[in-house]
Ligand binder design. Sequence first.
Ligand SMILES: CC(C)(CO)[C@@H](O)C(=O)NCCC(=O)O
Ligand code: NA
Length: 616
Amino acid sequence: MDHKFFTVTDYVIFGLLLAASAGIGLYHAVSGGRQRTTQEFLMADRSMRCLPVSLSLIASFQSAVAIIGVPAEVYTHGTQYWFIGCAYVLGLLIPAHVFIPLLYRLHLSSAYQYLELRFSRAVRVCGTLTFIFQMVVYMGVCVYTPAFALNAVTGFQLWGAVLATGLVCTLYTTMGGLKAVIWTDVFQTGVMFAGQLAVIVVGVQKTGGPAEVWRKVWEGNRISGLDLNPDPTERHTFWTLGVGGVFLMLSLYGVNQAQVQRYLSSRTEKEAIRSCYMVFPALQLALALSCIMGLVMFARYCDEDLSGRVGGSSRDAMVIYFVMDMLQDLPGLPGLFVACLFSAALSSISSAFNSLATVTMEDLIKPRFPAMSEETATLLSKALALSYGLLCLLMAYLTHLMGDSVLQVALKIFGMMGGPVLGLFCLGMFFPWANSTGAGAGLAAGLAVAFWVGIGSIVTRSGAGRALPVSCSAVPPSHNTSAVGEAALRTQSGLQRFYSLSYMWYSGFSCLSVVLVGLAVSLLTGPKRQEDLEPGTVFPLFGNVFRFPPDDMKFCGGDLTQSVSTMRFLCQTLNQQLSWSVRSLSFLLPWSREGEQESGNRKEVVIYLMLSSRRP
Ligand SMILES: CC(C)(CO)[C@@H](O)C(=O)NCCC(=O)O
Ligand code: NA
């Protein structure tokens, strides 16, 4: 591979980014309340406005992984991935109107406090540990990705960059607390957009203008239509991205501590909801920029043979090659892009450090030492932020030992560990009779299936998807290859099919497993009673449909009569649920009138009578 090199200017720009971030940290260490309380250090005094919060919300999970990974994905497989933008609609509306109001009104510090209010201390600790594991693995990927990709193409100091980002980030997070994290996010999000925009503008110009780029990507078959294939093992379709993606978004924007902490740091609930709305256009912009960058990259290289120059290195490294190729003779611009990559990484890592320090303090330490003084707690929180910073460096080294498309690795981590935690919250919020045994069993089951399918797919190397040929001249659609693929699919065993489940379904699949197992175990062990429920922990979805079962209801330990009454309760709930859906959707049908609704009610009555007539 021919190396591209950085000039002094580029290193200076990179240095300026680190210095500015550290400066913001220092400013918040000496201003305001000088970070002397945990309220300020972890919750930013609950005084934030919606603009910084929204920019910070985007930054948390938009790292160098997305900046490099999405263009590589679009270059290789076309724009199908862009349909994940559809999932942003429900993926942000539901957090804004379900999760934020419920969590904000409970006046929490950690999202997982909810799990204790609703279930038990044990469930809370399990939820917290799952979150810690998820974020620790994620931050390793985050800090390693930009350093690795730059090193592969430019000879940029790999471990030097990892150490510099890890240490600077630890420094400003430990000094300035959540305020510093949020305000550096604002600045870093700006740098991130600027860097991407620069590459696109220069890239389009060097490839011969927008019309030429469009012609090449169109003829090169990179503009994907809506793929409605219902097969759940198909990696990217409208269903996996637009529906599976909603669960991914809910696990990130609804229940992930990094985001919940930002909602809770808002001065009012309205402000928190507004910031969630403002994430929508910004996230669409980020997605559009990275997809367009992939298209421009395709147009630039589709009529060249790159194999000699980029060697056997990954598509991810090729994105950096493209950027350097575009920007090299423009002084300062390679540096701007490096700053863009590291901004994206820093803003995600700092969110991880701060949220990890928060949950470790609030969920694991404070409940054990309730008498701890505020001073000790603040000092300990800072020590925690520092230790997670150092742990991050270790995780970067472990990521070094893995290998896959970075985007897929990150989204798999979110799905495998975020999905089950989302399931736990859904179980608690929407099903009042779910109990803590059910929640514990559900979480265990959800994690088990998620790891089974996730690790199975890595070991058997399933679900990689087929790369499209790289050529700008129209290639006839290859029916043959897809027929061969389908034949191969038919001969796959059931387990292999299971391992090929699209990684975009991991969140939804594991969330659903938690809810189903949680409900079944709750009913078997005696559902929660209304009088034992902490007020404000259940979201009144579907009116009174998910109402409480009769007091004496139990499967185990009860006699036959009780089992029968349990079954009857289940059938009634299901029946009410169905007629509720019919009734609530009937307004969509132009011909629906009162009569329609009556027939819905009549059905309900008939089934109810059938059940009661079997009364023993
Ligand atoms: C998480 C989404 C889908 C939405 O924010 C996107 O930002 C993304 O693909 N992120 C990849 C992970 C990362 O950039 O670290
Ligand atoms: Na980020």
